[in-house]
Design a protein around this ligand. Structure first.
Ligand code: KIV
Length: 291
């Protein structure tokens, strides 16, 4: 891979943050304004998540339908606007499951066409060999274990993972395998806090938690969830820092009301013209109308 652009947070800094005990802050983004807000807030890592399927593209309760082309389009817009944060392109379902070759080809598209800095993929098992192949091609990979939404059907839905001793042990082994395969970081989703804490202790690469308690090396939340743009049921692990859907609804309703009752636009939102020019224009149109 090439030298990172000036101002970009160097990838090894994430491991250094883990060693120093500095928390890593990650958020999803799907467009240029979101990426700019994240950058200005000092966010370290921006994930163009395949949650785009649900929060951007209107698919209900599943990330599976989002395509490579859709993810590349969204990642391009984010990468254009995010200078310092590391931009993670989330490999959609179907883009890496079939073979290592497919996985490498699609990871290359993320960095070459969409200008992602790194990619993320879900699961262990066959994904471990995909990670090895992509890292072998020079592209850094973030792993993701626990609740892996692309395989939610096999997991019995969007459920907490690793709640038995055996399942917790399996999660630890998967995270260790992903680290050994070359992942620079691993996302732990919907995992009991003590299990995530143990995985975090055992890994030398940073863990990023979502619903995995306070002891992970960093945290990630979905942009729409934390800003209150998502309506309806939210997982227990989401904390809302704003209620933007309420503000957007109020603003749109006020706009519609004011257009209908003639309050908008008023003088402050209207262009005037010099009185002499207006008089001449009126004289011309009056003369035309009289003909
Ligand atoms: O797609 C996504 O947004 C994610 C996060 C929830 C980690 O994978």
């Amino acid at each position: 891979m090439s030298t990172p652009p000036a101002g970009k947070l160097p990838l090894p800094e994430l491991a250094a943050m883990k060693r120093r005990g500095d928390k890593i802050v990650m958020v999803t983004a799907y467009d240029a304004p979101g990426a700019r807000f994240a950058e200005d807030a000092g966010i370290d890592v921006v994930l163009v998540g395949d949650t785009a399927a649900m929060v951007m593209l209107g698919h209900e309760g599943t990330t599976v339908p989002v395509t490579m082309d859709e993810m590349l389009f969204l990642t391009k817009t984010v990468a254009r606007a995010a200078n310092r944060p590391i931009v993670v392109g989330d490999m959609p379902f179907g883009s890496y499951q079939v073979s290592d070759e497919d996985a490498v080809r699609n990871a290359i598209r993320f960095v070459k066409e969409a200008r992602a800095d790194v990619v993320k993929l879900e699961g262990a098992g066959p994904s471990v060999s995909r990670v090895r192949a992509i890292v072998g091609a020079g592209i850094p990979v973030m792993g993701h274990v626990g609740l892996t939404p692309q395989s939610a059907t096999m997991l019995g839905g969007f459920k907490t993972q690793g709640k038995t001793s055996e399942a917790a042990r399996k999660l630890l082994d998967e995270a260790l395998e992903l680290e050994a395969a070359g992942c620079f970081s691993v996302v732990l989703e919907a995992v009991p806090a003590p299990v995530a804490a143990e995985i975090t202790r055992r890994l030398t690469v940073p863990t990023i938690g979502i619903g995995a308690g306070p002891d992970c090396d960093g945290q990630v939340l979905v942009y729409h969830d934390l800003l209150g743009l998502t309506e309806g049921h939210l997982p227990r692990f989401v904390k809302r820092y704003a209620n933007l859907s309420r503000e957007i609804r109020d603003a749109l309703e006020a706009y519609a009301r004011e257009v209908r009752d003639g309050t908008f636009p008023d003088e402050r939102h209207t262009y005037a013209m010099p009185a002499g020019e207006l008089a001449e224009f009126s004289a011309t149109t009056t003369a035309e109308a009289a003909r």
